[in-house]
Design a protein around this ligand. Structure first.
Ligand SMILES: NC(=O)c1ccc[n+]([C@@H]2O[C@H](COP(=O)([O-])OP(=O)(O)OC[C@H]3O[C@@H](n4cnc5c(N)ncnc54)[C@H](O)[C@@H]3O)[C@@H](O)[C@H]2O)c1
Ligand SMILES: O=c1ccn([C@@H]2O[C@H](COP(=O)(O)OP(=O)(O)O[C@H]3O[C@H](CO)[C@@H](O)[C@H](O)[C@H]3O)[C@@H](O)[C@H]2O)c(=O)[nH]1
Length: 482
Protein backbone atom coordinates (compact mmCIF):
# COMPACT_ATOMS: atom_id res chain seq x y z
CA UNK A 1 0.00 0.00 0.00
CA UNK A 2 1.37 3.42 -0.98
CA UNK A 3 1.70 5.65 2.08
CA UNK A 4 1.19 9.39 1.86
CA UNK A 5 1.94 11.82 4.67
CA UNK A 6 0.97 15.49 4.45
CA UNK A 7 2.71 18.02 6.69
CA UNK A 8 0.23 20.82 7.50
CA UNK A 9 -3.44 20.17 8.35
CA UNK A 10 -4.76 23.56 7.24
CA UNK A 11 -7.17 24.82 4.59
CA UNK A 12 -5.20 23.02 1.88
CA UNK A 13 -3.68 19.98 3.60
CA UNK A 14 -6.94 18.85 5.26
CA UNK A 15 -9.37 18.98 2.29
CA UNK A 16 -6.79 17.92 -0.32
CA UNK A 17 -5.74 14.83 1.59
CA UNK A 18 -9.36 13.98 2.45
CA UNK A 19 -10.13 13.99 -1.30
CA UNK A 20 -7.11 11.77 -2.08
CA UNK A 21 -8.19 9.35 0.65
CA UNK A 22 -11.77 9.32 -0.65
CA UNK A 23 -10.77 8.65 -4.24
CA UNK A 24 -7.87 6.27 -3.51
CA UNK A 25 -8.98 3.59 -1.02
CA UNK A 26 -5.75 1.69 -1.79
CA UNK A 27 -3.60 4.54 -0.40
CA UNK A 28 -3.08 5.32 3.29
CA UNK A 29 -3.11 9.06 3.95
CA UNK A 30 -1.93 10.61 7.22
CA UNK A 31 -2.17 14.37 7.76
CA UNK A 32 0.20 15.64 10.45
CA UNK A 33 0.57 19.00 12.14
CA UNK A 34 2.48 20.51 15.05
CA UNK A 35 -0.74 22.28 16.12
CA UNK A 36 -2.21 19.62 18.41
CA UNK A 37 -5.53 21.47 18.82
CA UNK A 38 -6.00 21.50 15.06
CA UNK A 39 -5.34 17.76 14.84
CA UNK A 40 -7.78 17.11 17.68
CA UNK A 41 -10.41 19.12 15.81
CA UNK A 42 -9.83 17.09 12.62
CA UNK A 43 -10.44 13.97 14.72
CA UNK A 44 -13.66 15.38 16.21
CA UNK A 45 -17.18 16.09 14.93
CA UNK A 46 -16.35 19.79 14.67
CA UNK A 47 -13.71 20.17 11.97
CA UNK A 48 -11.30 23.11 12.32
CA UNK A 49 -12.44 24.69 9.05
CA UNK A 50 -15.86 25.34 7.54
CA UNK A 51 -16.05 24.15 3.95
CA UNK A 52 -19.26 22.93 2.25
CA UNK A 53 -19.15 19.14 1.70
CA UNK A 54 -15.96 18.62 3.74
CA UNK A 55 -17.64 16.88 6.70
CA UNK A 56 -19.11 14.19 4.44
CA UNK A 57 -15.78 13.49 2.72
CA UNK A 58 -13.88 13.27 6.01
CA UNK A 59 -16.53 11.06 7.63
CA UNK A 60 -16.44 8.68 4.64
CA UNK A 61 -12.77 7.83 5.06
CA UNK A 62 -11.48 8.94 8.48
CA UNK A 63 -10.27 5.85 10.34
CA UNK A 64 -10.37 3.82 7.10
CA UNK A 65 -7.45 5.20 5.09
CA UNK A 66 -7.42 8.80 6.35
CA UNK A 67 -5.76 9.69 9.65
CA UNK A 68 -4.87 12.91 11.44
CA UNK A 69 -1.93 12.86 13.85
CA UNK A 70 0.39 15.15 15.79
CA UNK A 71 3.11 12.49 15.68
CA UNK A 72 4.77 14.25 12.78
CA UNK A 73 8.12 12.46 12.63
CA UNK A 74 6.75 8.91 12.85
CA UNK A 75 4.41 9.34 9.88
CA UNK A 76 6.89 11.28 7.76
CA UNK A 77 9.46 8.50 8.29
CA UNK A 78 6.94 5.85 7.20
CA UNK A 79 5.71 7.64 4.05
CA UNK A 80 6.60 7.07 0.38
CA UNK A 81 5.23 10.45 -0.68
CA UNK A 82 5.43 13.49 1.63
CA UNK A 83 3.28 16.51 0.75
CA UNK A 84 4.36 19.77 2.38
CA UNK A 85 1.39 22.06 2.84
CA UNK A 86 2.59 24.41 5.53
CA UNK A 87 1.84 28.13 5.58
CA UNK A 88 4.09 30.47 3.57
CA UNK A 89 3.00 33.93 4.73
CA UNK A 90 4.53 37.27 3.78
CA UNK A 91 7.72 38.04 5.74
CA UNK A 92 7.07 40.64 8.42
CA UNK A 93 10.70 41.42 9.24
CA UNK A 94 14.17 41.32 7.80
CA UNK A 95 15.21 41.15 4.16
CA UNK A 96 12.19 41.41 1.86
CA UNK A 97 9.80 42.23 4.75
CA UNK A 98 6.31 43.07 3.51
CA UNK A 99 6.80 41.26 0.19
CA UNK A 100 8.91 38.10 0.21
CA UNK A 101 7.48 34.74 1.27
CA UNK A 102 8.47 33.59 4.74
CA UNK A 103 9.79 30.08 4.21
CA UNK A 104 10.60 29.40 7.87
CA UNK A 105 7.90 26.73 8.21
CA UNK A 106 8.88 25.13 4.91
CA UNK A 107 12.54 25.02 5.83
CA UNK A 108 11.90 23.49 9.24
CA UNK A 109 9.64 20.85 7.64
CA UNK A 110 12.35 20.05 5.07
CA UNK A 111 15.04 19.73 7.77
CA UNK A 112 12.79 17.41 9.75
CA UNK A 113 12.16 15.24 6.66
CA UNK A 114 15.94 15.02 6.09
CA UNK A 115 16.54 14.07 9.72
CA UNK A 116 13.90 11.37 10.15
CA UNK A 117 13.96 9.70 6.72
CA UNK A 118 15.37 6.20 6.42
CA UNK A 119 13.94 5.37 2.96
CA UNK A 120 13.65 7.07 -0.45
CA UNK A 121 10.89 9.65 -0.68
CA UNK A 122 9.05 11.87 -3.10
CA UNK A 123 8.66 15.30 -1.49
CA UNK A 124 5.82 17.35 -2.95
CA UNK A 125 5.60 21.13 -2.72
CA UNK A 126 1.90 21.73 -2.12
CA UNK A 127 2.38 25.14 -0.49
CA UNK A 128 2.68 28.16 -2.77
CA UNK A 129 6.38 29.01 -2.88
CA UNK A 130 8.74 31.33 -4.76
CA UNK A 131 10.24 29.97 -7.96
CA UNK A 132 13.42 27.96 -7.31
CA UNK A 133 12.29 26.86 -3.85
CA UNK A 134 12.63 23.24 -4.99
CA UNK A 135 16.35 23.85 -5.54
CA UNK A 136 16.78 25.16 -1.98
CA UNK A 137 14.77 22.25 -0.59
CA UNK A 138 16.88 19.75 -2.55
CA UNK A 139 19.98 21.21 -0.90
CA UNK A 140 18.47 20.88 2.57
CA UNK A 141 17.26 17.33 1.99
CA UNK A 142 20.59 16.14 0.69
CA UNK A 143 22.85 18.14 3.05
CA UNK A 144 23.87 15.16 5.17
CA UNK A 145 23.52 12.56 2.46
CA UNK A 146 22.58 9.26 4.08
CA UNK A 147 22.27 7.58 0.69
CA UNK A 148 18.55 8.37 0.56
CA UNK A 149 17.09 9.51 -2.76
CA UNK A 150 14.72 12.45 -2.52
CA UNK A 151 12.78 13.62 -5.57
CA UNK A 152 11.19 17.05 -5.26
CA UNK A 153 8.00 17.77 -7.18
CA UNK A 154 6.00 20.96 -7.48
CA UNK A 155 2.26 20.28 -7.29
CA UNK A 156 0.63 23.64 -6.52
CA UNK A 157 -2.95 23.70 -5.33
CA UNK A 158 -5.61 25.74 -7.13
CA UNK A 159 -8.64 25.18 -4.88
CA UNK A 160 -10.59 28.22 -3.74
CA UNK A 161 -12.07 28.35 -0.25
CA UNK A 162 -15.82 27.89 -0.10
CA UNK A 163 -15.72 25.60 -3.15
CA UNK A 164 -12.72 23.46 -2.14
CA UNK A 165 -14.50 20.11 -2.34
CA UNK A 166 -15.97 20.82 -5.80
CA UNK A 167 -12.60 22.14 -6.99
CA UNK A 168 -10.77 19.08 -5.70
CA UNK A 169 -13.31 16.62 -7.10
CA UNK A 170 -13.26 18.19 -10.57
CA UNK A 171 -10.10 20.24 -10.93
CA UNK A 172 -9.64 22.28 -14.13
CA UNK A 173 -6.14 20.85 -14.08
CA UNK A 174 -3.62 19.18 -11.80
CA UNK A 175 -0.14 20.52 -12.30
CA UNK A 176 3.01 18.49 -11.59
CA UNK A 177 6.51 19.82 -12.12
CA UNK A 178 9.59 17.65 -11.76
CA UNK A 179 13.24 17.26 -12.69
CA UNK A 180 13.84 16.20 -16.28
CA UNK A 181 15.92 13.18 -15.28
CA UNK A 182 14.89 9.48 -15.32
CA UNK A 183 14.35 9.62 -11.51
CA UNK A 184 12.47 12.90 -11.79
CA UNK A 185 10.19 11.52 -14.52
CA UNK A 186 9.54 8.37 -12.44
CA UNK A 187 8.51 10.51 -9.47
CA UNK A 188 6.18 12.59 -11.67
CA UNK A 189 4.56 9.35 -12.93
CA UNK A 190 4.09 8.11 -9.34
CA UNK A 191 2.25 11.29 -8.32
CA UNK A 192 0.30 11.30 -11.57
CA UNK A 193 -0.91 7.77 -10.73
CA UNK A 194 -2.40 9.07 -7.48
CA UNK A 195 -4.46 11.78 -9.21
CA UNK A 196 -5.34 9.47 -12.12
CA UNK A 197 -7.67 7.63 -9.69
CA UNK A 198 -10.24 10.37 -10.46
CA UNK A 199 -8.78 13.13 -12.66
CA UNK A 200 -8.88 12.52 -16.45
CA UNK A 201 -5.34 12.12 -17.79
CA UNK A 202 -5.64 15.09 -20.16
CA UNK A 203 -6.23 17.31 -17.12
CA UNK A 204 -2.98 16.27 -15.44
CA UNK A 205 -0.31 18.56 -16.81
CA UNK A 206 3.38 17.86 -16.31
CA UNK A 207 6.22 20.32 -16.86
CA UNK A 208 9.56 21.41 -15.48
CA UNK A 209 9.83 22.43 -11.84
CA UNK A 210 10.32 26.15 -12.39
CA UNK A 211 7.40 26.46 -14.81
CA UNK A 212 5.13 24.74 -12.30
CA UNK A 213 6.26 26.98 -9.43
CA UNK A 214 5.78 30.15 -11.52
CA UNK A 215 2.42 28.96 -12.93
CA UNK A 216 0.86 29.07 -9.46
CA UNK A 217 1.99 32.65 -8.84
CA UNK A 218 0.97 33.62 -12.38
CA UNK A 219 -2.54 32.14 -12.01
CA UNK A 220 -3.21 34.05 -8.79
CA UNK A 221 -1.74 37.27 -10.16
CA UNK A 222 -3.90 37.09 -13.29
CA UNK A 223 -7.06 36.22 -11.34
CA UNK A 224 -6.49 39.11 -8.93
CA UNK A 225 -5.67 41.39 -11.86
CA UNK A 226 -9.14 40.75 -13.30
CA UNK A 227 -10.72 41.83 -10.01
CA UNK A 228 -8.57 44.96 -9.82
CA UNK A 229 -9.42 45.71 -13.45
CA UNK A 230 -13.17 45.54 -12.87
CA UNK A 231 -12.83 47.41 -9.57
CA UNK A 232 -10.92 50.17 -11.35
CA UNK A 233 -13.80 50.28 -13.88
CA UNK A 234 -16.29 50.48 -10.98
CA UNK A 235 -14.80 53.82 -9.95
CA UNK A 236 -15.21 55.13 -13.50
CA UNK A 237 -18.79 53.77 -13.67
CA UNK A 238 -19.70 55.64 -10.49
CA UNK A 239 -18.19 58.84 -11.87
CA UNK A 240 -20.11 58.58 -15.17
CA UNK A 241 -23.46 56.93 -14.35
CA UNK A 242 -22.62 53.59 -15.94
CA UNK A 243 -23.39 50.30 -14.15
CA UNK A 244 -20.37 48.04 -13.61
CA UNK A 245 -22.52 44.88 -13.59
CA UNK A 246 -23.74 45.74 -17.09
CA UNK A 247 -20.21 46.55 -18.21
CA UNK A 248 -18.89 43.25 -16.78
CA UNK A 249 -21.68 41.36 -18.52
CA UNK A 250 -20.92 42.98 -21.86
CA UNK A 251 -17.18 42.47 -21.52
CA UNK A 252 -17.52 38.88 -20.27
CA UNK A 253 -19.63 37.91 -23.29
CA UNK A 254 -16.45 38.10 -25.36
CA UNK A 255 -15.39 34.46 -25.42
CA UNK A 256 -11.75 35.54 -25.26
CA UNK A 257 -12.43 37.21 -21.91
CA UNK A 258 -15.19 35.04 -20.38
CA UNK A 259 -17.64 35.94 -17.61
CA UNK A 260 -15.88 34.68 -14.46
CA UNK A 261 -14.05 36.77 -11.88
CA UNK A 262 -15.51 40.07 -13.05
CA UNK A 263 -17.57 40.87 -9.95
CA UNK A 264 -16.75 44.33 -8.69
CA UNK A 265 -16.41 44.37 -4.91
CA UNK A 266 -15.09 46.23 -1.91
CA UNK A 267 -11.78 44.53 -2.69
CA UNK A 268 -10.35 41.04 -2.81
CA UNK A 269 -9.25 39.36 0.40
CA UNK A 270 -8.03 35.93 1.43
CA UNK A 271 -4.69 34.53 2.42
CA UNK A 272 -3.42 34.08 -1.13
CA UNK A 273 -3.87 36.88 -3.67
CA UNK A 274 -2.06 39.71 -1.94
CA UNK A 275 0.63 37.47 -0.47
CA UNK A 276 1.36 35.75 -3.77
CA UNK A 277 1.42 38.95 -5.83
CA UNK A 278 3.77 40.63 -3.36
CA UNK A 279 5.95 37.54 -3.53
CA UNK A 280 5.93 37.80 -7.33
CA UNK A 281 6.82 41.49 -7.10
CA UNK A 282 9.76 40.65 -4.84
CA UNK A 283 11.01 37.91 -7.17
CA UNK A 284 10.83 40.34 -10.13
CA UNK A 285 12.73 42.98 -8.17
CA UNK A 286 15.40 40.45 -7.21
CA UNK A 287 15.77 39.63 -10.92
CA UNK A 288 16.18 43.32 -11.81
CA UNK A 289 12.75 43.47 -13.51
CA UNK A 290 11.59 46.77 -12.04
CA UNK A 291 8.93 47.49 -14.68
CA UNK A 292 7.42 44.03 -14.31
CA UNK A 293 7.43 44.36 -10.52
CA UNK A 294 5.68 47.75 -10.73
CA UNK A 295 3.06 46.36 -13.10
CA UNK A 296 1.99 43.63 -10.64
CA UNK A 297 2.29 45.93 -7.61
CA UNK A 298 -0.46 48.03 -9.15
CA UNK A 299 -2.94 45.13 -8.77
CA UNK A 300 -2.51 45.30 -4.99
CA UNK A 301 -2.52 49.11 -4.99
CA UNK A 302 -5.86 49.25 -6.81
CA UNK A 303 -7.22 46.79 -4.26
CA UNK A 304 -6.12 49.08 -1.42
CA UNK A 305 -7.61 52.04 -3.30
CA UNK A 306 -10.93 50.20 -3.64
CA UNK A 307 -11.13 49.52 0.10
CA UNK A 308 -10.25 53.09 0.99
CA UNK A 309 -12.69 54.45 -1.63
CA UNK A 310 -15.45 52.42 0.04
CA UNK A 311 -14.67 53.83 3.50
CA UNK A 312 -14.53 57.37 2.12
CA UNK A 313 -17.94 56.88 0.45
CA UNK A 314 -19.44 55.80 3.77
CA UNK A 315 -17.99 58.68 5.74
CA UNK A 316 -18.59 61.41 3.15
CA UNK A 317 -22.19 60.26 2.51
CA UNK A 318 -23.01 60.27 6.20
CA UNK A 319 -22.41 64.02 6.44
CA UNK A 320 -18.64 63.64 6.58
CA UNK A 321 -18.52 61.90 9.93
CA UNK A 322 -19.41 58.56 11.44
CA UNK A 323 -18.17 59.57 14.88
CA UNK A 324 -20.39 58.00 17.55
CA UNK A 325 -22.71 56.54 14.88
CA UNK A 326 -23.60 52.86 14.88
CA UNK A 327 -22.59 51.09 11.66
CA UNK A 328 -23.75 47.51 11.11
CA UNK A 329 -21.21 45.35 9.31
CA UNK A 330 -22.85 42.36 7.61
CA UNK A 331 -20.22 39.77 6.74
CA UNK A 332 -16.65 39.58 7.96
CA UNK A 333 -15.24 36.51 6.13
CA UNK A 334 -13.21 37.26 2.99
CA UNK A 335 -15.87 35.57 0.83
CA UNK A 336 -19.04 33.55 1.34
CA UNK A 337 -19.07 29.90 2.46
CA UNK A 338 -15.93 30.17 4.55
CA UNK A 339 -15.16 31.24 8.10
CA UNK A 340 -11.70 32.40 7.03
CA UNK A 341 -10.90 36.06 7.71
CA UNK A 342 -7.29 36.23 6.55
CA UNK A 343 -6.74 39.55 4.70
CA UNK A 344 -10.50 40.10 4.52
CA UNK A 345 -11.49 43.53 3.21
CA UNK A 346 -13.71 43.79 6.30
CA UNK A 347 -10.66 44.30 8.53
CA UNK A 348 -9.47 47.35 6.59
CA UNK A 349 -12.98 48.78 6.23
CA UNK A 350 -13.65 48.41 9.98
CA UNK A 351 -10.28 49.98 10.77
CA UNK A 352 -11.15 52.90 8.48
CA UNK A 353 -14.52 53.39 10.20
CA UNK A 354 -13.02 53.03 13.67
CA UNK A 355 -10.46 55.65 12.63
CA UNK A 356 -13.42 58.03 12.26
CA UNK A 357 -14.71 56.89 15.68
CA UNK A 358 -17.68 54.81 14.50
CA UNK A 359 -19.38 52.21 16.69
CA UNK A 360 -19.47 48.93 14.83
CA UNK A 361 -21.82 45.97 15.22
CA UNK A 362 -20.70 42.93 13.24
CA UNK A 363 -22.65 39.87 12.14
CA UNK A 364 -21.15 36.98 10.17
CA UNK A 365 -22.75 33.52 10.08
CA UNK A 366 -19.42 31.68 10.29
CA UNK A 367 -16.86 33.87 12.02
CA UNK A 368 -16.57 33.80 15.81
CA UNK A 369 -16.55 36.93 17.96
CA UNK A 370 -13.09 35.99 19.26
CA UNK A 371 -11.70 35.86 15.73
CA UNK A 372 -13.23 39.22 14.78
CA UNK A 373 -11.87 40.88 17.92
CA UNK A 374 -8.41 39.35 17.35
CA UNK A 375 -8.40 40.56 13.72
CA UNK A 376 -9.47 44.08 14.65
CA UNK A 377 -6.95 44.37 17.48
CA UNK A 378 -4.10 43.81 15.03
CA UNK A 379 -2.16 46.59 13.35
CA UNK A 380 -4.18 48.72 11.03
CA UNK A 381 -3.57 49.66 7.45
CA UNK A 382 -2.49 53.26 6.85
CA UNK A 383 -4.39 54.60 3.82
CA UNK A 384 -2.09 57.56 3.37
CA UNK A 385 1.05 55.40 3.44
CA UNK A 386 -0.13 52.06 2.06
CA UNK A 387 3.19 50.41 2.73
CA UNK A 388 2.86 51.03 6.49
CA UNK A 389 0.87 49.36 9.21
CA UNK A 390 -0.02 51.39 12.27
CA UNK A 391 -0.67 50.13 15.79
CA UNK A 392 -4.39 50.07 16.60
CA UNK A 393 -5.52 52.27 19.44
CA UNK A 394 -5.96 49.96 22.44
CA UNK A 395 -9.49 51.30 22.97
CA UNK A 396 -10.66 50.85 19.37
CA UNK A 397 -12.08 47.37 19.81
CA UNK A 398 -14.25 48.68 22.68
CA UNK A 399 -16.23 50.37 19.90
CA UNK A 400 -17.02 46.96 18.34
CA UNK A 401 -19.58 44.36 19.26
CA UNK A 402 -20.33 41.08 17.55
CA UNK A 403 -23.91 39.82 17.41
CA UNK A 404 -25.79 36.70 16.31
CA UNK A 405 -28.01 38.02 13.54
CA UNK A 406 -28.36 40.75 10.95
CA UNK A 407 -31.45 42.29 12.58
CA UNK A 408 -29.66 42.68 15.90
CA UNK A 409 -26.63 44.24 14.17
CA UNK A 410 -28.75 46.77 12.27
CA UNK A 411 -31.07 47.74 15.16
CA UNK A 412 -30.69 51.48 15.81
CA UNK A 413 -27.87 51.75 13.23
CA UNK A 414 -27.26 54.82 11.07
CA UNK A 415 -25.69 52.78 8.29
CA UNK A 416 -25.21 49.21 7.07
CA UNK A 417 -22.12 47.94 5.22
CA UNK A 418 -22.39 44.61 3.41
CA UNK A 419 -18.86 43.22 3.18
CA UNK A 420 -19.36 39.51 2.40
CA UNK A 421 -21.73 38.11 -0.22
CA UNK A 422 -23.45 35.54 2.06
CA UNK A 423 -26.62 34.28 0.30
CA UNK A 424 -28.70 35.03 3.40
CA UNK A 425 -28.07 38.77 2.94
CA UNK A 426 -30.05 38.62 -0.32
CA UNK A 427 -33.07 37.26 1.55
CA UNK A 428 -33.20 39.63 4.54
CA UNK A 429 -36.39 41.55 5.35
CA UNK A 430 -34.98 44.97 4.47
CA UNK A 431 -38.27 46.74 5.36
CA UNK A 432 -37.88 45.41 8.90
CA UNK A 433 -34.23 46.53 8.93
CA UNK A 434 -35.20 49.99 7.64
CA UNK A 435 -37.89 50.40 10.30
CA UNK A 436 -35.38 49.64 13.05
CA UNK A 437 -32.71 52.07 11.84
CA UNK A 438 -31.97 55.77 12.39
CA UNK A 439 -33.07 58.00 9.50
CA UNK A 440 -31.87 58.71 6.93
CA UNK A 441 -30.96 55.01 6.76
CA UNK A 442 -27.84 54.33 4.67
CA UNK A 443 -26.83 51.05 3.10
CA UNK A 444 -23.43 50.52 1.47
CA UNK A 445 -23.27 47.32 -0.52
CA UNK A 446 -19.66 46.26 -1.07
CA UNK A 447 -20.71 43.03 -2.80
CA UNK A 448 -23.61 43.97 -5.09
CA UNK A 449 -25.96 41.53 -3.37
CA UNK A 450 -28.99 43.78 -2.82
CA UNK A 451 -31.62 45.02 -5.24
CA UNK A 452 -30.83 48.74 -5.34
CA UNK A 453 -34.20 49.86 -6.75
CA UNK A 454 -36.22 47.90 -4.19
CA UNK A 455 -34.17 49.28 -1.31
CA UNK A 456 -34.50 52.83 -2.59
CA UNK A 457 -38.28 52.29 -2.75
CA UNK A 458 -38.24 51.26 0.92
CA UNK A 459 -36.51 54.56 1.68
CA UNK A 460 -32.86 53.63 2.06
CA UNK A 461 -30.04 55.80 0.75
CA UNK A 462 -28.14 53.18 -1.24
CA UNK A 463 -24.55 52.93 -2.43
CA UNK A 464 -23.61 49.81 -4.39
CA UNK A 465 -20.09 49.45 -5.81
CA UNK A 466 -19.93 50.59 -9.44
CA UNK A 467 -23.65 51.45 -9.75
CA UNK A 468 -25.17 54.82 -10.63
CA UNK A 469 -25.02 56.98 -7.50
CA UNK A 470 -27.95 57.86 -5.31
CA UNK A 471 -28.21 61.70 -5.21
CA UNK A 472 -27.69 61.41 -1.45
CA UNK A 473 -24.37 59.63 -1.82
CA UNK A 474 -21.76 62.33 -1.80
CA UNK A 475 -19.19 62.48 -4.54
CA UNK A 476 -15.71 61.89 -3.27
CA UNK A 477 -13.47 64.92 -3.10
CA UNK A 478 -11.07 65.03 -6.04
CA UNK A 479 -7.56 63.87 -5.11
CA UNK A 480 -5.35 66.80 -4.17
CA UNK A 481 -2.71 67.61 -6.80
CA UNK A 482 0.46 65.70 -5.97
N1 LIG B 1 -5.94 28.53 1.63
C1 LIG B 1 -6.07 28.31 0.35
O1 LIG B 1 -7.16 28.40 -0.20
C2 LIG B 1 -4.89 27.91 -0.48
C3 LIG B 1 -5.10 27.44 -1.77
C4 LIG B 1 -3.99 27.08 -2.55
C5 LIG B 1 -2.71 27.15 -2.02
N2 LIG B 1 -2.54 27.61 -0.74
C6 LIG B 1 -1.17 27.60 -0.20
O2 LIG B 1 -1.05 26.41 0.60
C7 LIG B 1 -0.21 26.65 1.74
C8 LIG B 1 -0.97 26.32 3.02
O3 LIG B 1 -2.07 27.20 3.12
P1 LIG B 1 -3.21 26.97 4.21
O4 LIG B 1 -4.25 27.98 3.93
O5 LIG B 1 -3.59 25.52 4.26
O6 LIG B 1 -2.41 27.34 5.55
P2 LIG B 1 -2.84 27.05 7.05
O7 LIG B 1 -2.20 28.07 7.88
O8 LIG B 1 -4.32 26.85 7.13
O9 LIG B 1 -2.18 25.60 7.37
C9 LIG B 1 -0.82 25.39 7.49
C10 LIG B 1 -0.59 24.38 8.62
O10 LIG B 1 0.78 24.00 8.62
C11 LIG B 1 1.16 23.73 9.97
N3 LIG B 1 2.62 23.74 10.08
C12 LIG B 1 3.49 24.78 9.92
N4 LIG B 1 4.75 24.37 10.06
C13 LIG B 1 4.72 23.03 10.33
C14 LIG B 1 5.71 22.03 10.56
N5 LIG B 1 7.01 22.34 10.53
N6 LIG B 1 5.29 20.77 10.82
C15 LIG B 1 3.99 20.45 10.84
N7 LIG B 1 2.99 21.35 10.61
C16 LIG B 1 3.35 22.63 10.35
C17 LIG B 1 0.50 24.85 10.74
O11 LIG B 1 0.37 24.51 12.11
C18 LIG B 1 -0.86 24.94 10.02
O12 LIG B 1 -1.87 24.16 10.66
C19 LIG B 1 0.23 28.11 1.61
O13 LIG B 1 1.47 28.13 0.95
C20 LIG B 1 -0.84 28.72 0.73
O14 LIG B 1 -0.35 29.83 0.01
C21 LIG B 1 -3.59 27.98 0.03
O1 LIG C 1 -15.13 38.37 -9.28
C1 LIG C 1 -14.62 38.30 -8.16
C2 LIG C 1 -14.07 37.10 -7.63
C3 LIG C 1 -13.52 37.11 -6.37
N1 LIG C 1 -13.51 38.25 -5.62
C4 LIG C 1 -12.87 38.25 -4.29
O2 LIG C 1 -11.56 37.74 -4.41
C5 LIG C 1 -11.16 37.09 -3.20
C6 LIG C 1 -10.61 35.71 -3.50
O3 LIG C 1 -11.63 34.87 -3.96
P1 LIG C 1 -11.36 33.41 -4.52
O4 LIG C 1 -10.30 33.48 -5.53
O5 LIG C 1 -12.66 32.86 -4.96
O6 LIG C 1 -10.91 32.61 -3.21
P2 LIG C 1 -9.48 32.09 -2.68
O7 LIG C 1 -9.78 30.98 -1.73
O8 LIG C 1 -8.65 33.23 -2.24
O9 LIG C 1 -8.81 31.39 -3.98
C7 LIG C 1 -7.75 32.00 -4.71
O10 LIG C 1 -6.51 31.78 -4.07
C8 LIG C 1 -6.21 30.36 -3.87
C9 LIG C 1 -4.93 30.29 -3.08
O11 LIG C 1 -3.79 30.41 -3.84
C10 LIG C 1 -6.11 29.69 -5.24
O12 LIG C 1 -5.81 28.31 -5.07
C11 LIG C 1 -7.44 29.86 -5.99
O13 LIG C 1 -7.33 29.28 -7.29
C12 LIG C 1 -7.75 31.35 -6.09
O14 LIG C 1 -9.04 31.53 -6.70
C13 LIG C 1 -12.41 37.08 -2.32
O15 LIG C 1 -12.34 38.14 -1.40
C14 LIG C 1 -13.55 37.31 -3.30
O16 LIG C 1 -14.67 37.91 -2.71
C15 LIG C 1 -14.04 39.44 -6.13
O17 LIG C 1 -14.01 40.48 -5.47
N2 LIG C 1 -14.58 39.43 -7.38
Amino acid sequence: MVKICCIGAGYVGGPTMAMIALKCPDIEVVVVDIAVARINAWNSDRLPIFEPGLDEVVKACRGRNLFFSADVEKHVAAADIVFVSVNTPTKTRGLGAGKAADLTYWESAARMIADVSKSDKIVVEKSTVPVKTAEAIEKILTHNNKGINFQILSNPEFLAEGTAIEDLAKPDRVLIGGRETPEGRKAVEALKAVYAHWVPEENIITMNLWSAEISKLAANAILAQRISSINAMSALCEATGADVAEVAYAVGKDSRIGPKFLNASVGFGGSCFQKDILNLVYICECNGLTEVANYWKQVVQINDYQKSRFVKRVVSSMFNTVSGKKIAVLGFAFKKDTGDTRETAAIDVCHGLLGDNAKISVYDPQVTADQIMRDLAMNKFDWDHPQHLQPMSPTATKQVDVVWDAYEATKGAHGVCILTEWDEFKKLDYKRIYDGMQKPAFIFDGRNVINVDELRKIGFVVYSVGKPLDPWVKDLPAAPPS
